[in-house]
Design a protein around this ligand. Structure first.
Ligand code: MN
Ligand code: MN
Length: 297
């Protein structure tokens, strides 16, 4: 392993430990906010930082839901929960996700995403193209009688960059990137009993710094300076910055920053036909003969 690989492995190892512990806390009646606070505190305890706010997306929601500061939502019996955790150490990122059914249903749907991830990992080695990986993911999920979510993808991981330019589709596409030794990728199949596409909900609780822009509101300028300094190019949660400004100004300040393109807003993503969605994700390092899973304990 090179020095860079070791750093990715360190972040991945911490992400693996944290997701194990966090998923164990997902139970009927537990609060989403408590699981989020627990996971993010554990990341800090291990000497790392979140690469993005923990995503806890339930049922039709596929991604980008993170609890609000005063979120009272609890897990309920029958919920299909996706927990997605990102950890970084000095900008080297581990990205891992798992699905859990509260009360044990949805077994096949969860298995479909997990089997697709396994099949992708089995296939990956230098020279394999990302669209072939997408083909295997699609075929595996179809084999379970479900659909892959075609507009969510895996992605390359580079230093300080969660989406390093190259995607790994969850369906067979025309063209792909040929994987090479040393590449680090997050592979993340999503399976659904719905249409196989996600759409934006109006709400966004996760944001990312884009650029310095003139904004009128003092509180908006304060937020922009803080997030640039503290989170750089990585996403952050509204609840992480809520202490900076009076609560009644927070939403307005964020909206101003998004409309002036100083910040990017990650809208909550839900399945287009309100199908249930499962997800499985690992970060992997392409090695000479295959790949190594970085986000496994
Ligand atoms: Mn993820
Ligand atoms: Mn990812």
């Amino acid at each position: 392993m090179t020095r860079v690989d070791e750093r990715f492995a360190l972040a991945g190892g911490i992400a693996a430990e944290v997701i194990d512990a966090a998923v164990r806390k997902v139970k009927e009646g537990a609060r989403l906010l408590d699981v989020a606070a627990f996971a993010e505190a554990l990341i800090a305890e291990k000497g790392a930082k979140p690469a993005f706010p923990i995503n806890i997306s339930i049922n039709q929601r596929a991604a980008h839901y993170t609890p609000d500061i005063d979120d009272e939502a609890c897990f309920q019996k029958g919920d299909l929960v996706k927990v997605d955790i990102g950890v970084h150490v000095d900008g080297y990122i581990g990205d891992v996700a798992r699905s859990k059914a509260v009360g044990g249903r949805h077994r096949e749907l969860i298995k479909a995403a997990e089997a697709a991830l396994e099949a992708a990992i089995e296939l990956i080695k230098p020279g394999v193209a990302t669209n072939e990986v997408g083909g295997v993911v699609e075929k595996t999920i179809h084999g379970f009688g479900f659909r892959p979510v075609s507009n969510l993808t895996g992605h390359r991981l580079t230093e300080w960059n969660l989406h390093g330019g190259v995607v790994v589709p969850n369906v067979r596409t025309m063209h792909g990137y040929r994987l090479k030794e040393g590449d680090v990728f997050a592979i993340e199949p999503f399976a659904t009993d719905g249409a196989g596409r996600v759409v934006d909900e109006p709400k966004a609780m996760i944001f990312r710094y884009l650029s310095d822009r003139p904004v009128r509101m003092r509180e908006a300028r304060l937020i922009l300076g803080f997030v640039k300094e503290n989170y750089s190019t990585l996403p952050f949660a509204e609840r992480w910055i809520a202490h900076l400004v009076p609560r009644f100004k927070l939403g307005l300040a964020l909206r101003q920053l998004v409309s002036s393109k100083a910040l990017h807003a990650y809208h909550v993503l839900k399945e287009k036909e309100n199908g249930l969605v499962s997800q499985a994700e690992h970060s992997i390092l392409v090695t000479s003969g295959g790949c190594e899973i970085l986000t496994e304990v």
